[in-house]
Design a protein around this ligand. Structure first.
Ligand code: HEM
Length: 366
């Protein structure tokens, strides 16, 4: 199941194939650990420089994901446990400007419009290139991030790094740090992914087989969340804490009944609840969620610095993600405890089909 966490018993040598029509790390059942690293191009970087960088990343990602050291690996021993490692690369708007490929830039690629709930910090927002690294083991993630970053320092600088984790019993939906079962309603079938996530090339031919990522860093105020009781928490989301079932259902995967009312005529799932507001109004508003918790070291005097690395993958963020986000920004009971503090959008090129190809080849050799 795509919303679920992969089998905890995955042996360290398990390999997720790097080559394929789509980049791994999107439809791949989510690994337990992730790092999202955004890079900025150094001034003067040319099209050839970017192609060179993408070739290095392709070679190294192909090697690391199958458990081999990268070409200039200074800790080759750390490559021996790929632990379902995936490396997924994305492009921000500046790639197209620097490479003189503005006309190939998807119309939706750029910062999202501001929302009233946003308190965005540049330190967590935007970026020219993205590397998303996921694996079952944090050491594997750390090694891959370091290898992929240190090989390209002449061309790019690190803008931000966001690390996250998610865990649950095998096949179960994980919980976020507010305690809720998070990831239940998701795209699950190949038909849904083909229709809603993977580009078919009709609008932007080079992106056929690719997609987009919206990454929102959303801080949780766990101190004030702690002040409300379990019933209020369940009304906030519209689902039960114990098992994630909708307030109108018995099982996590039961369809919520937004029309149901109690004996006083009051809706069982409050219209202000997160699931009532986030629910798609038509098929074209759906996207793939694959989020990670973050729990960073708190500053002095604080108890925690926690939240969600919310990720949405879709063909077109403007058509699919934006209306849902706009609805939530307008009203969502959850907003009292959550604050978006980072936001970034990337175009994720298709996968590299065969050894010898490189990430982004369809764009640069179009
Ligand atoms: C910290 C912030 C957030 C938290 C804690 C959170 C938590 C949850 C939880 C617990 C559920 C119910 C279980 C599930 O289906 O996964 C849910 C559902 C959902 N969330 Fe969020 N969420 C957050 C932010 C967002 C944002 C920013 C969006 C999109 C803009 C979003 C979109 C959705 C959607 C589409 C669903 C499924 C609704 C349905 O059709 O039932 N969430 N979220």
């Amino acid at each position: 199941m795509r919303g679920a966490t992969a089998d905890a018993a995955t042996p360290a040598e398990t390999v997720v194939p790097f080559h394929g029509e789509h980049q791994a790390g999107i439809a791949t059942p989510a690994q337990r650990h992730a790092a999202f690293v955004a890079f900025d191009l150094r001034p003067g970087g040319s099209r050839d420089d970017i192609v060179g960088l993408l070739k290095i990343w392709t070679t190294d990602a192909a090697r690391l994901t199958r458990g081999e050291p990268a070409l200039a690996d200074t800790e080759p021993e750390l490559a021996a446990r790929p632990a379902r490692l995936t490396v997924t690369v994305g492009f921000g708007p500046a790639v197209f400007t620097a490479a003189g490929l503005e006309r190939q830039r998807p119309a939706w690629l750029g910062p999202l419009p501001p929302f009233g709930i946003d308190r965005l910090e540049p330190a967590w927002s935007d970026g020219d290139l993205l590397v998303q690294v996921c694996a079952e083991e944090p050491t594997t993630v750390a090694h891959a991030v370091r290898v992929l970053s240190r090989g390209v320092t002449s061309l790019v600088t690190v803008r931000w790094t966001q690390r996250g984790f998610r865990d649950a019993e095998p096949g179960r939906t994980p919980r976020n740090l507010m305690g809720q079962v998070d990831g239940t309603v998701n795209l699950t079938t190949d038909a849904e992914l083909d229709r809603l996530v993977w580009h078919d090339g009709s609008v932007t031919p080079w992106l056929a087989g690719g997609t987009s990522l919206v990454l929102r860093r959303i801080a949780m105020n766990l101190d004030t969340w702690d002040e409300i009781d379990p019933a209020a928490r369940e009304f906030t989301v519209g689902r039960r804490l114990a098992d994630g079932a909708p307030l109108t259902g018995a099982d996590e995967f039961d369809e919520p009944d937004f029309e149901a009312v109690d004996s006083y005529g009051i809706p069982v799932i409050p219209p202000s609840s997160h699931i009532a507001r986030a629910r798609h109004t038509h098929d074209g508003e759906r996207f793939l969620r694959r989020g990670y918790n973050y729990d960073d070291a708190p500053g002095p005097g604080r108890i925690s610095d926690s939240g969600l690395l919310f990720t949405a993958y879709q063909r077109d963020p403007h058509a699919q993600f934006l209306p849902v986000q706009a609805r939530l920004a307008e009203f969502d009971a959850l907003n009292e405890w959550t604050t978006p503090i980072g936001s970034a959008v990337f175009a994720l090129p298709p996968g590299v089909q065969e050894p010898g190809g490189y990430l982004g080849q369809t764009l640069f050799e179009a």
